[in-house]
Design a protein around this ligand. Sequence first.
Ligand SMILES: NC(=O)C1=CN([C@@H]2O[C@H](COP(=O)(O)OP(=O)(O)OC[C@H]3O[C@@H](n4cnc5c(N)ncnc54)[C@H](O)[C@@H]3O)[C@@H](O)[C@H]2O)[C@@H](O)CC1
Ligand SMILES: [K+]
Length: 512
Amino acid sequence: MKLATKREMNQLDQDAMSQYGIPSLLLMEHAAYGVFCYLMEEHQGKSVTILCGSGNNGGDGLALARILYSFKKVQVQVVLLVEEEKLSSDGKVYYTICEKLGIPIYRYLEEMELVWELIEEAQVLVDAIFGTGLTRPITGSFYKVIEKVNASSAFKVSVDIPSGIHPDTADVLGIAVEADCTLTFQVPKVGQFLYPGIAHIGTLRVVDIGIPKELVSKMSCMHYAIDEDMAKGMLPDRPIRSNKGTYGKVLMIGGQVGMGGAICLASKAVMKVGAGLVTIAVPNALALLTQQKVTEAITLSLPERDGHLDETAATILKEHMMQYSTIGIGPGIGRSGMIQKIMEVVLESDKSIVVDADGLYALKPYLNQLKARKAPIIITPHPGEMSYLSGESIADILAHPVESARSFSERYGIIVVLKIERMIVAVPDGSIYINSRGHSAIAKGGAGDVLTGFITGLLAQNKQPVSAALLGCYLHADTACSLARLKGSYSVLPSDLIEHVGESFKGLENKH
Ligand SMILES: NC(=O)C1=CN([C@@H]2O[C@H](COP(=O)(O)OP(=O)(O)OC[C@H]3O[C@@H](n4cnc5c(N)ncnc54)[C@H](O)[C@@H]3O)[C@@H](O)[C@H]2O)[C@@H](O)CC1
Ligand SMILES: [K+]
């Protein structure tokens, strides 16, 4: 699903007006009608208090007041937070109509005490204070109003975006409405899919305001939500006339003594998403464990020193490498200096590669060579690993995860899967994909290894590495959400994701 920035959304509105002659007033009317339909569906019989700011978001609120009053005789009142002269030109049109209809309009600047009471006692509060036009931190009277709104027990509906949330970055500018439901217009905004914005949105609904479909599909954008529709389109083919060789030969390299679980989890996950053949390359001491834990895989037992893969393992791997289509490297591999030699051999190959965990530490010295490599590389760092790779602080990465992943991906020409609450996939052409789901149930050691396995297994079957990364993220989060619904938020294990990913796959197959 496409996600719009403020600039892209403004352009879309402009194109609808200039290319199709659709007046802005008509778009506003449709926007208000969409909110009206929602209120009739979910909150019929309740009185509605609409808080209006000066821009077109406030105009939407005034248009809504007219519809509620004229069509359903709903008890509706408007709270105007600015002087009427400051309203946008479309807002003024609806203001005049509301006034002539006799809809109660309270002016915050003149009747502050009364407005506090209205907010406190409201059944449904509609937040039409600021939309995508918010340009600076909220202060003064607007701040006080939003504080009161958040303290009210009313059901809160935000028009387009909760007032105070930046539509592009999801930052809270000073303060933001904590909505129970947000009705966004035509295309969801990037800031509705990132933290801290997400925490203010409540349920998100998209309202069609009549911008022609052709314009929406032509709209150029750089941000997308990873959702069910997208995942459906990325399922690898599984023709009847096929064999295990059809679905890729994967080499998984990892493990050190005391950390054998990670590579087993990752390798099992590779098979569970449909890869044809898996070989697990581990230090000798782990060979028996991997054979017992991942029955379907082949084990390649390699020389070790002090519990880690020895650098002589690199020569053996080099001899074996030709047989495989895809390599996953990193889970549990450790940070011994010897791993760098193995990484060098892996990078010299012409295979598609997924690098995770400690593998990322071994990758760092080779970053500048990655752009020259023909076969794709996907890395799956968490913020700590990203910080080691990029030199940015973890706090900066968490504050600007999209920019952090995007700049790293562009700089080194690799696909970055940044593991935060809602995973972000950055592609070297600058595109950003944000997972539309995520669950704290799998905030546990091992969940990252499973993701690496999912992505590597899909990469072995998919021609498109971006699709493998996106589908891997979707399956991981979708399975986690389904399991959390069944088992609650505490007891889901990363290995449960492997066990149950088939259900998520099946859900996609059925709708294919
Ligand atoms: N044709 C269009 O462009 C459409 C726009 N629509 C609505 O219009 C909204 C965007 O409208 P606008 O661009 O007018 O922007 P807003 O309605 O979000 O508000 C902008 C106004 O708020 C002021 N402002 C910004 N930050 C402030 C702050 N921190 N403190 C005090 N004042 C501040 C600005 O100076 C400006 O007057 C959308 O979110 C949507 O709700 C819809 O009606 C659909 C059609
Ligand atoms: K709003």
